[in-house]
Write a protein that binds this ligand. Structure first.
Ligand SMILES: [Mg+2]
Length: 412
């Protein structure tokens, strides 16, 4: 079996997605997700210019060898563009191998370790009544675990809060929270860490009083705190028994988590912007985190994330695979197959895609009573409808950035 062709497809139904479609000489196709939010065209170019020509005539069955070849032969290793491109190839080859075997992909990863995949949804509100409504809506949809993001008095727009996103002219997407905005420049938001630290514990106190002690609650700090601020927040949130506090400090500084860890028993999750096992080396070895947040799409594919999670499992660190809407249904499905197969599964983020995206990507996954399942079709269980994809050309879109009150750029 040889790879006959590889095609990069860019489509923008509700947002931009980059998909790699590999076809073998006996007509089996495999899909991989190469979407890097706000830098989509760079990965598309990396694939088209430097990877696709190397794939033609290779044996698609040798997944590990292809992964090592793409990683090591580039000489310039790691980084989100390179690793998203490698991930797309890796996932497409796993899709082909599972289709060739006539099995859903999770069977090739060891089979199912559980009946379903516990998912958490994103609830938010600029103020408490709106937040409570959002939590109730998610519970009605079946979610058994909820991420809580709240507005902060005095701040105009804030990460994760639906109501504060201003509509942009020409943006005709369905009404849903999508941080990347279709515009020629990144939107600017404001930030005040002290105001956030004062306000957030009062939000969790109110949510616990309203919804009781059992509902698993999560929160994303989105890289905005210093280590001592994160330690303070983790401590302040202890009475509200969070499932996790995510990305409390900027992820580049692994040592920062030592300080946070010394001060709080609030579980910590990190890693959505990591690319390789090396980004986790200290965090796992020193048991500084509780959950691995990587997405298959940004971490070099199933081959790499499986290794990270096996390493994490030695220290009772569990998975929390990244699943926002900037992971395409292809990348999301790949995560579900891994979730189902690994032993140290923790939870899966689930931010449903819009109707247009679901028409472009035909999926076999299900969401029932709070649990996801990738389905039992051979391969990933996702097919790309090329005609639908062709209706939505690429549109420039950027994630926002933050400025403090004095104009200083801050982590978003
Ligand atoms: Mg996050």
């Amino acid at each position: 079996m040889l790879i006959k062709s590889a095609e990069v497809i860019i489509t923008s139904p509700d947002r931009n997605f980059v998909t790699l479609k590999i076809t073998t000489d006996d007509g089996i196709t495999g899909l991989g997700d190469a979407t890097l939010n706000g830098r989509e065209l760079s990965v598309a170019s990396y694939l088209k210019d430097h990877v696709v020509p190397l794939l033609i005539e290779r044996d698609p069955q040798n997944i590990e060898d292809t992964w090592q070849f793409l990683y090591r032969s580039a000489y310039w290793r790691r980084g989100p563009v390179t690793m998203a491109a490698i991930a797309a190839v890796d996932v497409a080859l796993w899709d082909i191998k599972a289709k060739q075997a006539g099995l859903p992909l999770y069977q090739l990863l060891g089979g199912a370790s559980r009946n379903g995949i516990l998912a958490y949804g994103h609830a938010s509100g600029s103020e408490l009544p709106e937040l409570f409504d959002s939590i109730r809506t998610h519970q009605e949809q079946g979610f058994r675990a909820i991420r809580v993001q709240s507005g902060v008095p005095g701040l105009r727009a804030i990460y994760g809060v639906h109501a504060k996103v201003e509509p942009v002219p020409g943006d005709d997407r369905d009404d849903h929270y999508e941080p990347a905005q279709r515009a020629l420049r990144p939107p600017e938001e404001d930030w005040d860490t002290r105001a956030y630290l004062r306000h957030l514990p009062t939000v969790f106190e109110a949510v616990r009083n309203e919804f009781g002690p059992q509902l698993p609650l999560l929160h994303d700090g989105h890289h905005r705190m210093t280590p001592i601020q994160a330690a303070k927040l983790g401590k302040a949130l202890e009475p509200y028994d969070l499932f996790w506090l995510e990305d409390c400090t900027p992820a580049e500084n692994q040592e920062a988590l030592r300080l946070v860890r010394q001060h709080t028993t609030t579980p910590l999750a990190i890693g959505e912007i990591f690319n390789t096992v090396w980004d986790y080396q200290l965090l796992i070895k020193e048991q500084l985190i509780d959950y691995v947040r990587s997405a298959i799409t940004h971490t070099g594919g199933i081959t790499q994330l499986k290794k990270i999670l096996e390493y994490a499992g030695q220290y009772q660190i569990k998975s929390g695979i990244h699943g926002p809407t900037d992971i395409s249904p292809v990348g999301f499905a790949a995560g579900l197959h891994l979730d189902l197969a690994i032993h140290n599964f923790g939870i899966q983020e689930y931010m449903p895609h819009g109707a247009k995206t679901n028409a472009v990507f035909e999926q076999s996954m299900t969401f029932t009573d709070g649990y996801l399942h990738p389905g039992d079709k051979p391969g990933l269980g996702v097919e790309l409808n090329v005609d639908e994809a062709g209706k939505y050309p690429y549109q420039t879109a950027y994630l926002p950035f933050n400025r403090l009150a004095d104009g200083t750029v801050h982590d978003w």
